[in-house]
Design a protein around this ligand. Structure first.
Ligand code: GAP
Length: 450
């Protein structure tokens, strides 16, 4: 029996993520640091694949989107101009007794849930992390860690426009870390103070903004479906006017149905010409393009698909996490946990498992491992594992989401064939070693959800 997804226990998921090397608590040997996480060997593979797939869709496949890697620390005037210094804040309330802090827009009661005492009046708390440039901790040297990657793109608008020698429509994309001093964090890697964003600013002629906004909303939704998130747990939600960020004319979020309810995984905003106009005023530089038909300088509008990488990881872990009760040969029930990730995002795609450690088998298994690893047809990450019983090794591969296990047994020495076991169906198939590569390519092209 497969467990319904809404019953997933986040602690169970975090425990698997730790046990198998996806996500560790940060600074764990010192007792950990609240809501900060480190990605282990498999977690970084999953993130790397997501970044590649995002870049592939938003840059490589597009005719007119270009990449950028701007710095995390920028001139403090950037944040004055963008409105973050004055507007990027959440309403903070504090318990008068135990000093517990809450976001007033996220709580219903005026009493502290920790000790039951009265809460203070809300005050606005700026979410940017302040830091100092150089050795003197003085306000004249202060700046912020970026709370979004977008501003690095806006301040490079002219640089990129001049190098590509194009007028809008064109986009600039970048992937990188952002920092927000969130009042409340939690739900594992869902809301943290340091996280990775994948953002694209698509500059368009002002009159075409709505059309491009719709285009990128649909394109972004498709991207999540292609990752293997199921349609019934994904939705597009349009912001109410009172929810809109200070720069936005309209925003639609893509939300995923997490165990605690719907949560934002990406936002696609129409930022109008807000940012370029503001930077133009603050810097005194003309951030526009020359429209050949109207013979006028125009500040383009911007449509921004903005994705949280850690939230995509979280959604995939939840989507894939599957708990089954199997009945063994002797009628004994056992639990099988598997991570049903699409092969395109699975950290390890093939595991080569010799049935026994005997040299005669490992020699053949290692040869197969090397051949597949150096193959030009497939580029999977492959594991070689000869420790423990084959049952335990299958379980380990199921838990990390490896779609295919290739078992080399004593018969392989006679029939030049191996067994391929598929993670989800557990079907096993005998395949000739000289046909193995083609079979792997074909099986890895299958999707599990979507
Ligand atoms: N440049 C637009 C922007 O920053 P946002 O809705 O504030 O928009 C975009 O953030 C995405 O970044 C969100 O959809 C979410 O996936 C991710 N994100 C935002 N805050 C986060 C946090 N504290 N922890 C993890 N991811 C976060």
């Amino acid at each position: 029996m497969t467990s319904p997804k809404h019953q997933i226990d986040l602690e169970e998921l975090a425990s698997l993520a730790k046990r198998r090397g996806f996500v560790f608590q940060s600074s764990e040997i010192y007792g950990g640091l609240a809501s900060t996480w480190d990605y282990g060997p498999l977690g970084i593979e999953l993130k790397r694949k997501l970044k590649e797939l995002w870049w592939d869709n938003f840059v490589i496949k597009q005719e007119n989107v270009f990449g950028l890697d701007s710095s995390i620390i920028m001139h403090p005037k950037v944040w004055d101009a963008s409105g973050h210094t004055s507007n990027f804040s959440d309403p903070l309330v504090e318990c008068k007794q135990c000093n517990h802090r809450y976001r007033s827009d996220q709580i219903e009661s005026s009493e502290c849930t920790n000790c039951g005492r009265e809460l203070s009046e809300p005050r606005l708390f700026n979410l940017m992390f302040k830091t100092f440039l150089g050795p003197v901790e003085d306000n004249s040297n202060s700046t912020y860690l970026r709370p979004e990657t977008a501003q690095g793109i806006f301040v490079n608008f002219l640089n990129v426009k001049n190098t590509i020698n194009k007028n809008p429509p064109f986009g600039i994309a970048q992937i990188g870390k952002s920092f927000r001093n969130e009042i409340t964090t939690g739900n594992f890697i869902f809301r943290t103070r340091e996280f990775e964003m994948m953002e694209m600013e698509f500059f368009v002629p002002p009159e075409d903004d709505d059309q491009w906004h719709d285009y990128w909303i649909n394109n972004s939704f498709e991207w999540y479906l292609n990752l293997g998130l199921s349609e019934k747990r994904l939705r597009i939600r349009k912001h109410e006017p009172e929810e809109l960020a200070h720069y936005s004319k309209g925003t639609s979020d893509i939300e995923y149905l997490f165990p605690w309810g719907w949560g934002e995984i990406a936002g696609i905003a129409n930022r109008t010409n807000y940012d370029l106009t503001a930077h133009s005023k603050e810097s005194g530089k003309e951030l526009s393009y020359f429209d050949e038909t109207t013979k006028k300088h125009v500040i383009p509008y911007v449509v921004e698909p903005s994705f949280g990488l850690d939230r995509a990881v979280m959604a995939l872990l939840i989507e894939g996490y599957t708990h089954e009760t199997l009945v063994g040969a002797k009628g004994k029930e056992e639990t099988r946990i598997s991570l049903r990730l699409n092969p395109s995002v699975a950290p390890v795609q093939v595991a080569i498992l010799p049935l026994s450690k005997k040299e005669i088998l490992s020699e053949l298994a290692r040869e197969i491992y090397k051949n597949i690893k150096s193959s030009s047809l497939v580029k999977p990450l492959i594991y070689y594992d000869e420790t423990q019983s084959i049952g335990r090794r299958y379980r380990r591969q199921d838990e990390i989401g490896t779609p295919l296990c290739v078992t080399v047994d004593f018969e392989s020495l006679e029939d030049n064939a191996v067994t391929i076991r598929q993670r989800d169906s557990m079907d096993q198939k005998r395949v000739l070693i000289n046909k193995l590569e083609d079979e792997i390519v074909s099986l890895l092209s299958n999707k599990v959800h979507g």
